[in-house]
Design a binder for this molecule. Structure first.
Ligand SMILES: C[S@@+](CC[C@H](N)C(=O)[O-])C[C@H]1O[C@@H](n2cnc3c(N)ncnc32)[C@H](O)[C@@H]1O
Ligand SMILES: [Mg+2]
Length: 224
């Protein structure tokens, strides 16, 4: 198996099942033009997020890590009328591009982009009583994933869904002695998923246009 084949299969699946969409295309183009790194989810992964949010019947969604708002557009499109998405972003340029992309997608009233370090804005969200969220998508700096999981639990309720991107990292997640803080953050996060009695969790590795990586998914239960 090669990256070339994975990308070709992703193109086949995306052409078939994720038809091109002007708002999403424009969001990617504006992000590219502004020099944002191409580290958004793939189109078929974005549609998977939409499906998860719809299956969940989510009315309130929290995203940690906005970039140009590409995954936020997918998630927000799953919301029913009156539903809300809050997305957290530390980089002012990313937040500005995301706001414009969301506005262009007709989601300016549905999505709030909160600018700031997530470990500052998460306690603010809690203090303002913004939770619980029906779905929380974690996709920011990976060394902070253990903290993000603690906050996700704080801001959820039994029945909430927690989804995290990039939990495989091309297989580097196997390297217990890795000096990469992202690998260590993900390893600790995966261990916490396993040990947390309030969660039913699994992780699935994926290959595709984004290489070899994976998603973790966890359902919050009432606990022990
Ligand atoms: C992988 S990108 C998000 C991609 C986006 N979810 C998508 O798929 O379209 C991660 C984003 O998290 C932001 N970020 C990194 N560290 C952060 C932090 N501590 N707090 C908030 N945002 C952070 C980065 O600036 C970047 O825009
Ligand atoms: Mg990601």
């Amino acid at each position: 198996m090669s990256q070339e084949l994975w990308s070709a299969v992703d193109r086949y699946l995306t052409d078939l099942l994720v038809p091109s969409d002007p708002a999403l295309e424009a969001a990617l183009e504006a992000s590219r033009a502004a020099g944002l790194p191409p580290i958004h989810v793939a189109p078929n992964q974005g549609k998977m997020l939409l499906l998860l949010a719809k299956l969940q019947g989510a009315r309130s969604i929290l995203e940690i890590g906005t970039l140009g708002g590409y995954s936020a557009i997918w998630l927000a499109r799953a919301l029913p009328p009156g539903g809300r998405l809050i997305t957290l972003e530390a980089n002012p340029k990313h937040a500005e591009v995301a706001r414009a992309n969301l506005e262009r997608a007709g989601l300016g009233e549905v999505v709030d982009v909160w600018l700031g370090w997530a470990l500052d804005t998460l306690p603010q969200l809690a203090a303002e009583g913004r939770g619980p969220f029906d779905l929380i998508f974690i996709d920011a700096d990976k060394p902070s994933n253990p903290d993000y999981l603690r906050w996700a639990l704080e801001l959820s309720r039994p029945g909430s869904l927690i989804v995290a991107d990039n939990v495989v990292r091309g297989g580097e997640v196997l390297e217990g002695s890795s000096r990469d803080p992202s690998v260590q953050g993900i390893r600790r996060f995966n261990e916490m998923l396993a040990a947390e009695p309030r969660l039913i969790a699994t992780a699935i590795q994926t290959v595709g246009s984004k290489g070899h990586d994976g998603f973790a998914i966890a359902l919050v239960t009432a606990g022990p």
